[in-house]
Design a protein around this ligand. Structure first.
Ligand SMILES: [Zn+2]
Length: 46
């Protein structure tokens, strides 16, 4: 599981609350809160 505010690495993350995906393109990029529901927990899908 990945949490908003951390930098879990490059890849696609799926919001556990609403299912919207967020993509990080840099390993140093912080995962933002979900733009759709403001959720903060994600699973890595790619
Ligand atoms: Zn969401």
């Amino acid at each position: 599981m990945a949490v908003a505010g951390t930098a879990p690495g490059k890849g696609a993350y799926l919001c556990l609350t609403c299912g919207k995906d967020t993509v990080l393109n840099d390993k140093k990029e912080n995962l933002p809160p979900c733009p759709h529901c403001n959720g903060t927990t994600f699973i890595k899908i790619g």
